[in-house]
Each structure stands twice: as C-alpha cells, then as structure tokens.
Ligand binder design. Structure first.
Ligand code: SAM
Ligand code: SF4
Length: 363
C-alpha cells in the first residue's frame, strides 16, 4: 500500500480501492484495523453486547439456495416445525433470562396460513412478555402486505441477507429463476425499510468465485442502502448442497475466518452506529469466534434458545456449534466468554440500532 495504514484509516471516507487493500492486509496492518474499529465501536455504540435469543422455528423451506443445508432439494434433512407452545416456552426462557429480544428464523415459507401463524405468535410474544421483549424476524422474502402485517403484530426488526450484492455472484450461488430473483431480494429490502423495520442485511464471506472487489462492493452496498443492522458470516460448506462441488475453490478456513473479522471491522469503521451481529458460523470455526468478532466491532450476539432436540436438523452448514446443548448450557458458557472481551452484557435492554433512531428522526 502506498499510504500507511494509519493514514488510510484516518480518512473521512474510504474508497472502494482502500477497502480492497484493507481486506488484503497482513497480520500487523490487520491488527491496526481491528484496534481502530474497536475504538469506533466504544465511542459510537459503547462496549456493550446485546442478546437476541434465536429460535429456529422450522427448517422447512421452499427455496433451493445452492449453499444451504436445509434447501428444499436436500432429502437428507429431517424436517421439523416446532409447535407454537414449544416456541413460546423458548420465548419465556429468553425473557426470564433477561435476553430482552428474540429472533424468529426459519426456512422460507409463503402462505396465508404461515402468515397468520407468525402474526399470532408475534402477538403472543408481546403478550406474555408484557411488551418487554423486542422481536426480530428472519423469514425470507414476503409480499409487502405480509411485512406490514408482521410489523403491525409486533416485530420491529427484520434480517434479510442480500448474500452477495453482485448479481453475477448471486446467480452462481442461487438458481436463476423467479423464486431466486436478485431484484426481488432488493425490492424486499426496500419494502422492509419502507414499512418501518430496523432493516438488517449481510453477506456470506469466502464464497467460491467471490473476489475482494465483491466484498468491498458489499460493504459499499450496505453503506449506500443505509442499513440499520448487519449479520454476516463466513460461508461454510455442506456436503448435501450443489456449492459443495466447488469446495476446491475455497480459501483455507482460517483465512475465511480472518476475512470475516476484517469485514466486520471495516463495516464498523464505515457505518459507525449500526448494530452488527457476531454470526454463529464464526463459532463453527473457532470456539471463541463470536467473542473475537465482538472485540473488532460486533455488538449483537444471538444465543440459540431453540429446544435442543431440533438443533441438529437446522444444519445450514457442517460443524454447526451447540447442536447437542440446551439453552441453559449456552447462557452459562456465553456469559463467561463475553466476560473475556471486556464488554458488558446489556441484560434487559433492547439495544436497538442507534443508526435507525438517527435515520428516522431525520426523515
Ligand atoms: N430462510 C431465510 C433466509 O434465507 O433469509 C432465513 C434463514 S437462512 C437459513 C439464514 C442465513 O443462513 C442465510 O441468509 C444464509 O446467509 C445463511 N446460510 C445458509 N447456508 C449457509 C452456509 N452454508 N454457510 C454460511 N451461512 C449460511
Ligand atoms: Fe431456504 Fe434461507 Fe436456506 Fe435459502 S438460505 S435454502 S431461503 S433457509
């Protein structure tokens, strides 16, 4: 790099070329990026981590994303759909343990019956928690009216990853058909923002065919889209998926891990006040992977509160962590590990996106 890393990081705006260069830094320069991002995090969102209890309510999915272990064509997965009462038990667990928010995530299902079911669940969650629990949902692409109905029923944050902001790469990791349309994905993100959700997106990092240019563009996409939250993590292979065929193109797993930390740190630098999740996939590579992400800019963690018996079937990728544990085991070990990062846990606090508050107060 012609300019020193310190000079580049001091600039008010990083260009695409800066981002490409920063993504390729070696260990010494990389640590400078991490230190800078940690300082920005402390200054803008504080040294605090907020919990979102994750409930993987069903692994039934109508889509066929090439990377995902629960895609419809994977016949080697046992499908489940957790009963409403079991979901509400998981919600109660999160509430009693002062998690303050839950995330409902599932494969993508679009039907009037499913819409109604989720609306009822959202109202129940609000009811049983006295409106104390914040709710994030991650239920894929849906019509505008459905996003609106779920918002009116109590959800106020939505996560829908763009997966890759480069349409060419998007179609290398998804079938090219109406059900997996890049423009529809973008329309959905716009619709979420318009409905009034705190809108989150993200990408997978270290995908076959992905370049540093793609990743820099992803960062710029998130900035230009003015997202409020981000959940991004390393791509991890799964033997029962078409993308597995290209496993020889993957960079070594440790490099994918480090690259993810760099993406998190750079996003924190360019979008100072958003919420950034430490993805579970990081923990599949390194037992303290999420805690490492917290040290370089992430401020959200999603402890899994899905009943243990279902976890093994929500296998998006290989080596998914904690599939043999119950929610109580997770709570204990997480508190200890977050302690190592030096951050506090925002028990009982929603920890909403400061960026969203600012964005909406200005409009
Ligand atoms: N079906 C919804 C959707 O696609 O938005 C929500 C559930 S989906 C399983 C959540 C995320 O899992 C996706 O956005 C994708 O990025 C991630 N994912 C799926 N397969 C993965 C893999 N092999 N490695 C890493 N992340 C993966
Ligand atoms: Fe279904 Fe989501 Fe997996 Fe795609 S990423 S196959 S939509 S669960």
């Amino acid at each position: 790099m012609s300019n020193s890393i310190d000079e580049i990081l001091k600039q008010p705006k990083l260009s695409k070329q800066d981002l490409i260069n920063l993504l390729q830094t070696d260990k010494i320069d990389r640590n400078k990026i991490f230190t800078h991002a940690a300082k920005i995090k402390a200054d803008y969102v504080g040294k605090k981590v907020y919990y979102r209890g994750l409930i993987e309510m069903s692994n039934i999915c109508s889509k066929n994303c090439y990377y995902c272990g629960i895609r419809i064509d994977n016949k080697n997965t046992e499908r489940y759909d957790i009963s409403d009462s079991d979901i509400l038990d998981a919600v109660k667990f999160a509430h009693e343990n002062k998690y303050a928010s839950v995330v409902l995530q599932a494969g993508e299902i679009s039907s009037p019956k499913f819409t109604k079911r989720v609306s009822n669940l959202l109202k129940e969650i609000k009811g049983i928690s006295n409106n104390e629990l914040g709710i994030t949902i991650s239920l894929g692409e849906q019509p505008d009216e459905v996003y609106q109905e779920w918002f009116d029923s109590g959800a106020h944050r939505y996560l829908l990853r763009i997966e890759s902001s480069n349409p060419d790469l998007y179609y290398k990791i998804h079938p090219k058909n109406e059900k997996h349309d890049f423009e529809t994905r973008l329309d959905c993100l716009r619709s979420l923002q318009k409905t009034g959700y705190q809108t989150g997106t993200g990408v997978m990092i270290g995908l076959p065919f992905q370049t540093y240019d793609d990743l820099a563009s992803d960062l710029i996409f998130m900035k230009d889209f003015d997202i409020d939250m981000c959940g991004m993590g390393p791509y991890l292979k799964h033997i029962d998926t078409p993308l597995y065929e290209h496993k020889d193109l993957l960079m070594p797993i440790d490099d994918r891990f480090t690259l993810t930390l760099k993406m998190i740190a750079l996003l924190r630098i360019i979008m100072k006040d958003i919420n950034i999740a430490a993805a579970t996939a990081l923990q599949a590579i390194d037992p303290i992977g999420r805690e490492k992400a917290i040290k370089v800019g992430a401020n959200i963690i999603m402890p899994n509160v899905t009943p243990g018996m279902y976890r093994d079937s929500y296998k998006l990728y290989e080596n998914k962590p904690c599939t043999d544990e119950e929610a109580t085991d997770c709570t204990n070990c997480m508190e200890m590990r977050i302690g190592i990062t030096g951050d506090d846990i925002g028990y009982g606090e929603w920890g909403d996106s400061k960026h969203f508050a600012k964005r909406t107060s200005q409009s």
